[in-house]
Write a protein that binds this ligand. Structure first.
Ligand code: IPM
Ligand code: MG
Length: 361
C-alpha cells in the first residue's frame, strides 16, 4: 500500500504541542496497518521568523502535493501591529485560498459527561450535535476593494467589501444539503438578508439549491437571531449554513456549548475532497509551552482527516469512540475541569486516548 503523504503545518503557540499528540496517535500500534509520511513545514509566526513570509512557497508546495494537511494554529501577539501581509493569520488565509478549501465543516457535539463543562445549563446542551458548514474562501474576508485610505481633510477611513457570486453560494449550499442528508435532514441558512444585498442573493440561491433537495427541510435565520438561538435552544439546529464571517463568529459561540473550544475539530475541503484539518481553537499564546493545552480538538481533527481525505472511516470512528471513553472515565484537561486542580496535561490526555484505542478495535 502506498503511504499517505501528510503535510504537517503545526504553526504557533500551542499548535506544535497539540499536533505532536495527534501525530503520536496516528503512529500508535492500533494504526500500524496505515502508512503515513509526515512532511513538516513552517507557517505563521514561525515562518515569518525564518523566512519573513507567513506562508513560504515551499510550505505551500508541501501542502499542495500532500494527500491532506494537518494544521495546528497561527497567531502570536508580537505580530499584532505588523502590516496585514506580515501577520501569521495571513499564512492560513492564503493557504485556504490557494488550495481552494471553500467548504469548512465545524461539528459541535457534546460528549456524554461534558454537559457540566459548558457555561450553559446541562439540560440545554445535552446531546447537542450541530454541524456548521462555513464558506471559507469568499465574503468580506477576501472581497476587493479593501484598505485604509485618507479622505480629503486628512481623516482615515477603513473599508472592506462583502461579496459572493452565485456559483460560490451554490457550491457551499450543496455541501450543506448533502451533509444534512447524512444527518437529520435539516439546514438552517444564516444571513442578514434584511440589511445586506450580498446575503439577499445568498438567501435566494440557497432556496434555489434547496428545491433540488426536497427531502431536506430548509429554514433561514438572520445572524443576530441565530447567535441568540444558539444559546437559547441550540438543539433546534442540525446543519447551519453560513458565509465566511458569520461562520467564524457562530462557530466560536457553538464551541462554548460543547464545554470548551479545546474540543472542536474542523475540516476545510476543496471540490475534490482534499482537505486541511485543524482544531478551531487558536494558538492560545497564554498557555503555550506549559503542557496543559487540550489535545482533543487536534486528535479529533486527525479523525476527520482519516474519514474525509483518506477514506478510513472505521479508524476515524475508533478515535472518536476512544475520546468518548476517556471523557466518560472522568479525565479532563484544565480547560474542561473548572479549577479543581485534578486536570491532566496535554501528553497525559493523549496517552489515555491512545490506550483507549486498544479497547476499541
Ligand atoms: C478561524 C480563525 C481564522 C479565521 C483566523 C485565524 C484567520 O479565527 O479559523 O476561525 O478567522 O477564519
Ligand atoms: Mg475563528
Amino acid at each position: 500500500m502506498r503511504a499517505w503523504r501528510i503535510a504537517v503545518l503545526a504553526g504557533d503557540g500551542i499548535g506544535p504541542e497539540v499536533v505532536a499528540e495527534a501525530l503520536r496517535l496516528l503512529k500508535a500500534p492500533a494504526f500500524a496497518h496505515l502508512r503515513f509520511e509526515f512532511e513538516h513545514a513552517p507557517i505563521g509566526g514561525a515562518a515569518l521568523d525564518a523566512y519573513g513570509d507567513p506562508l513560504p512557497p515551499q510550505s505551500l508546495d508541501t501542502a499542495r502535493s500532500a494527500d491532506a494537511v494537518l494544521f495546528g494554529a497561527v497567531g502570536e501577539p508580537r505580530f499584532d501591529s505588523a502590516p496585514r501581509a506580515k501577520r501569521p493569520e495571513q499564512g492560513l488565509l492564503r493557504l485556504r485560498k490557494e488550495l481552494a478549501l471553500f467548504a469548512n465543516l465545524r461539528p459541535a457535539t457534546v460528549f456524554p459527561g461534558l454537559e457540566h463543562a459548558s457555561t450553559l445549563k446541562p439540560h440545554v446542551v445535552e446531546g447537542l450535535d450541530i454541524l456548521i458548514v462555513r464558506e471559507l474562501t469568499g465574503d468580506i474576508y477576501f472581497g476587493q476593494p479593501r484598505g485604509i485610505r485618507e479622505l480629503a481633510g486628512g481623516e482615515r477611513e477603513g473599508f472592506d467589501t462583502m461579496r459572493y457570486t452565485e456559483s460560490e453560494i451554490r457550491r457551499i449550499a450543496r455541501v450543506a444539503f448533502e451533509a444534512a442528508r447524512r444527518r437529520s435532514s435539516r439546514v438552517c441558512s444564516v444571513d442578514k438578508a434584511n440589511v445586506l444585498e450580498t446575503t439577499q442573493l445568498w438567501r435566494e440561491i440557497v432556496s434555489e439549491v434547496g428545491r433540488g433537495y426536497p427531502d431536506v427541510q430548509l429554514s433561514h435565520m438572520y445572524v443576530d437571531n441565530a447567535a441568540m438561538q444558539l444559546v437559547r435552544q441550540p438543539r433546534q439546529f442540525d446543519v447551519m449554513l453560513t458565509g465566511n464571517m458569520f461562520g467564524d463568529i457562530l462557530s466560536d459561540e457553538a464551541a462554548m456549548l460543547t464545554g470548551s473550544i479545546g474540543m472542536l475539530p474542523s475540516a476545510s475541503l476543496d471540490e475534490a475532497g482534499k482537505g486541511l484539518y485543524e482544531p478551531i481553537h487558536g494558538s492560545a499564546p497564554d498557555i503555550a509551552g506549559k503542557g496543559i493545552a487540550n489535545p482533543l480538538a487536534a486528535i479529533l481533527s486527525a479523525a476527520m482527516m482519516l474519514r474525509h481525505s483518506l477514506r478510513c472511516g472505521s479508524e476515524a470512528a475508533r478515535i472518536e469512540r476512544a475520546v468518548a471513553d476517556v471523557l466518560r472515565s472522568g479525565a479532563r484537561t484544565a480547560d474542561l475541569e473548572g479549577g479543581t486542580g485534578a486536570a491532566v496535561g496535554t501528553r497525559a490526555m493523549a496517552d489515555l486516548v491512545i490506550a483507549a484505542l486498544d479497547g476499541r478495535a
